[in-house]
Structure formats: C-alpha cells, structure tokens
Design a protein around this ligand. Structure first.
Ligand code: FE2
Length: 577
C-alpha cells in the first residue's frame, strides 16, 4: 500500500511516501527547486517520492494533506467579522484555497495524466494533528503526551493530545490570534529579523542580552489557567493566516506583526543590517525567557492531563532547542521524541502516518530511527559531476578516506562532507555537513569569513559520539536530531571552544554507529588523532537551501573557501584546484 503525504501551498512544502506503513522517502521542495522555504505545490518532491519506490502517480492508494482549510471555519468567520478590515482578505484567501484543495487535479496536471486515472483516496488532516502524528507515530512508544506549537496552522497555534495505540485524542487547542510562535516572530521582526525562519537566528542572540526588559515583555503574553493569551494591543491584526502569506511564486512573506505600542514601550524598531544594540539583545533575552516560561506552563498543564513521562512533540516552535534542553528540569517529562522536521515540512509524514494508523487502522510497526530519508547519488553520478566541473580529485577506500578527512579536520581545515542520503528536516546531521575542528579558538570566525557569512552571534554546533555525551555535557538525554541545547561541562569548554556558545552551551547532535555508521567512524577517526570525540558540524550550504545533489556541493566548494570536499569516495583539495 502506497500513501503519499503532502504539505502544499504552505511554507516548507514537502512530500513523503509510505510503503506498507514504512516511511521510505521524504523531502522538502526547497532542496529540489532551490527556493528557500518554498510554499507552493511540491511537484518535484512528489516525483522524487515516486522514483524512490519505483511507482507511478496512478499507483498511489492514498494521498494525505497536513492541512484542512475547513477546520474551525466558524472560528475563522467569527474572527473575520470582528476585524472588518480582514473580511476581504478572508474571502480572497478562501477563494484561493478552493483550487489548492483539489489534490487530484493538481497531481493530474503536474504528472500530465487524466484526473480519472488517479485512483487514490484523498485525506485532509488538521495541521496540528499532523504535527503531533509526525512525532508520535515515528516514536517507539505505545502511549505518550502529544504537543504541537507554532505560529499558526488551520487557525490553531497550540495543541495538546493524548496519544495511545493508533489514536491521537485532541485535548485542547489554542486558537488564533493567540500564538506563542507569533509572539516570538513579532519581537524578532521588531529587532530587525523579518524573514520567515529568522527566529532560529535570534535564539542565538538571546544569551547576549541582560535581564532588563522581562517584566515589560511578560505583559505581551500572559499565562492563564494552563494556557496563555496575547495582549493584542502589541500586535497588528493579522488575519486568519497570522501574517504569513505565500506569494504565487511560492515565496513566503511575513506581514509586520508589531503595533505602535511596541514602539512606545521600547523605542524605534531596529532596521535590518544595522548595528545590534544592547536594547535588541535584551529584548531577545526577554523573548526567549518568556517563551520558555509559557512553554513550560503549557507542558506542565499537559502532564497534569496526561500523566505520562514521554513527550512526542513537533511544530515550528519545537525547533527551539534551547527550550527543549530545559524540559527535563522544568517539567516532569523524562523523555522526548521530537520530529527532526518539526516545522511544516514534517506535516507530510504526519498526514501519511495518520492515514495509515488512525484512518485505515493499520498496526504500528514503523519507528523513525534516523533522519536520512532524502535522495542519494551513485558513485558514477558523483564522478561525472566532478569531471564536468574540471576538478582534480582522487578516489579512496573507506578507511583511507576517513583517515584523510580526519587529518584535514585535525589540521584546522574545513571539509565539505557529502555522503549517503540527504537529511529530512532543517538540520544537517552528517550527510550534507561542513565539518571542522571544534577546539580551535578562531574556527567560528574562519567559517564565517570563508563560507557561511552568518551573523556573529550564531553558534556552531557539535556532533559528539553518543557514548561521550555525559563526559562533555551536563545532561544525558540523547539529541540525535540536534534539537536540544545543554550546558557544556566547565572542564570541557576550552576543548570545545569553537562550539561553546556565550552561555557555555552547545546544540549537540549525539551520533551512534547504528544511526550513521560512516559519520560515527569519521568522528572516531578524529578522536584518534586529537583525543576529542566531537566535530563541529554546520550545514553544507552558503546562504541557500542545504545542498542536495552532487553538483550543488561541488558548486558550493568552488565558490567558497572550503579547503576540502569529501564527496562519496572522492576527495578534492582546494589547493590542488
Ligand atoms: Fe506548523
């Protein structure tokens, strides 16, 4: 049985395919069309899914979409009527969405077949149920507390659920305009980070701030009986899309979120690319602190309703790895399973798995043990691309390749590491990564000057052999998808100085041999040379979606000052090219 899951006409459009309940393949459209956060129809992703299982579009049994625009219609109408300026928008949005719901016609057009040839059944699932499904059904658990939170999806920003067996029982929802994601976005915009997805950057700025504006920022979002409410006077009325608009070319644009009240309280908003002041850092600090307070308030309420210590979580805000790292101190939850594609690309997996288990009542058998669900490329294809680019390279067997790369990293060189199947989700986890020495004091500056050109305040992340986590970090809950930030132990901060953030934390990836044998062996080889069981791992890209195909990796290697490219069994060195 083939089930295709889709996130479409929404940020981070994506597709994933299930074969008899196993997730075989998943990818976000941005990786294929190279349009960051693309929010149109993911036709290339669908084709990649079908190719992965050797099927045609007419072979699909079910297609599930992680969006249901009819959900909570009455609430949306009520909201539009209370905000007359938004009524026209609301009607336009509804009209536009009509055509976007017709999955059969869209797929028929994309694959040039007659709609009647498509025999699949179509399913639409509410956004946040799809998020929770993407975590719970991928976890090894038979029951768990389910939680999802983000900016907005189907007029909801937060959902709590009890997950048991095949079922996800929704216990509570927070409806728009109240949204913890919008609170975060609003302050990010106010301090000059206005693009979709900038929130992750500002999280890195927060620890540079002082605790000077927390009482004022706390007024913007208030705790209320196990839930929360925004003080809407700080926000512009945003409409039922909560200020997020997908343009006809698939670009995701954010409307201005903050009202003039923010300016009265905190002064002029910061213009992008201007100097970051202490005020901006203090606001980032207060935003993160308040976000965490509300998050833990919600999680403690969830535990009260579902007294289980396992938490299955997704939604864009679940990418807040700083908050995730504190769950074990601040709540009774003892284990987390967070979907690596916690943002909206993960809806494709959630919708597909929900169809299999909840709609079709098929037994649980799948467990997502790694994030390598994307495409891989043959040695012949890689070599052809190297030749086309006129690069000098040599081919090495596994052990000599690992030795050579480990020696380069140990010598302080920056290596593009392109191996196996691409990661699913926004993090590079050792298959489309740039690796470097974690213990050289200037490595962060080197990477930024030569390749990444990121904001000075953003930390780089460590990949650590899982068995050494406890030696280096103050918490031992695994972080296989780089979704937890923990304190680095005082005695290890110097050794990891290039990945030790200003607050002595690191957003670690714990690596096991089972999850990624080659990457594990690379770190092990580096450890043999340096004594450090850790490498610095940053995504293989330069202001673009993470590279997917060999030619994109080769192009990034050539246009940046990367020292070495290890691509499949081939090694290319910049000084020889
Ligand atoms: Fe979402």
């Amino acid at each position: 049985m083939l089930i295709l899951g889709l996130n479409m006409f929404h940020a981070d459009a994506s597709a994933a395919i299930l074969e008899d309940g196993e997730v075989v393949f998943g990818i976000a459209e941005e990786r294929l069309n190279r349009h960051k956060h693309f929010g149109g129809f993911p036709s290339l992703s669908v084709k990649a899914c079908l190719d992965a299982v050797g099927a045609k579009i007419t072979d699909l049994d079910h297609v599930a979409v992680g969006q249901d625009s009819d959900a909570h219609l009455a609430k949306k109408v009520q909201y539009a009527l209370a905000n007359p300026a938004k009524i026209l928008n609301f009607i336009r949005l509804r009209q536009r969405k009509e055509g976007m719901r017709d999955v059969r016609s869209l797929l028929a057009k994309a694959f040039e077949v007659e709609a009647k040839q498509l025999r699949f059944q179509e399913h639409h699932l509410e956004h946040h149920i799809a998020h929770i499904a993407s975590a719970y059904y991928c976890s090894p658990w038979e029951k768990a507390a389910g939680f999802s939170y983000d900016g907005s999806g189907d007029f909801v920003s937060t959902m709590m659920a009890r997950c048991e067996g095949n079922d996800i029982e929704v216990l509570d929802r927070v409806f728009l305009p109240h949204s913890l994601g919008s609170f975060y976005t609003m302050i990010c915009e106010f301090i000059g980070y206005k693009k979709y997805g900038d929130e992750g950057k500002v999280m890195g700025l927060a620890p540079y701030g002082k605790d000077s504006c927390h009482p004022r920022v706390s007024q913007i979002v208030r705790l209320a009986n196990g839930s929360f409410q925004l003080d809407l006077s700080y926000f512009k009325p945003l409409g039922s899309n909560q200020g997020m608009q997908v343009l006809p070319d698939g670009t995701v644009r954010l409307a201005r979120h903050y009202s003039s009240r923010m300016e009265k309280l905190f002064g002029e908003p910061r213009e992008p690319y201007t100097e970051i002041t202490q005020r901006d850092m203090d606001l980032a600090y207060a935003m993160q602190r308040r976000f965490e307070e509300v998050f833990f308030h919600l999680l403690n309420e969830l535990y009260h309703r579902v007294p289980l210590t396992d938490l299955a979580m997704a939604g864009g805000c679940a990418l807040n790895s700083v908050a995730n790292g504190k769950i074990f101190q601040q709540t009774p939850f003892r284990r987390t399973w967070i979907q690596p594609a916690a943002g909206d690309e993960g809806l494709a997996i959630g919708a597909a798995l929900h169809t299999y288990h909840s709609v079709l009542k098929q037994p649980r058998r799948y467990e997502q043990k790694h994030a390598y669900l994307g495409p891989e490329f043959s040695e012949a294809r890689i070599e052809a691309d190297l030749k086309k680019a006129n690069l000098r390279y040599r081919r090495l067997e596994r052990e000599p390749l690992l030795e050579a790369v480990a020696a380069e990293v140990a010598a302080g060189n920056v290596v593009g590491w392109f191996q196996g199947r691409m990661e699913w989700g926004p993090r590079a986890l050792g298959n489309r990564s740039i690796v470097a020495h974690p213990g050289l004091p200037n490595m962060k500056e080197v990477l930024n000057a030569r390749i990444k050109h990121r904001e000075w305040f953003r930390p780089f992340a460590p990949s650590i052999l899982a068995e050494h986590q406890n030696e280096y970090f103050e918490h031992d809950h695994p972080s296989p998808f780089m979704l937890h930030v923990y304190k680095i132990r005082p005695g290890k901060r110097k050794e990891l100085c290039a990945v030790n953030h200003v607050d002595d934390t690191g957003r670690l990836q714990t690596v096991t041999r089972e999850e990624n044998p080659l990457y594990y062996a690379l770190i092990k080889a580096f450890q043999r040379k340096t004594g450090i069981p850790v490498v610095l791992n940053t995504s293989f890209n330069e202001n673009e979606p993470i590279v997917c195909a060999p030619e994109e990796a080769i192009d990034c290697f050539r246009r940046t000052k990367m020292d070495v490219l290890a691509i499949g069994p081939f090694l290319a060195v910049k000084s020889e090219n």
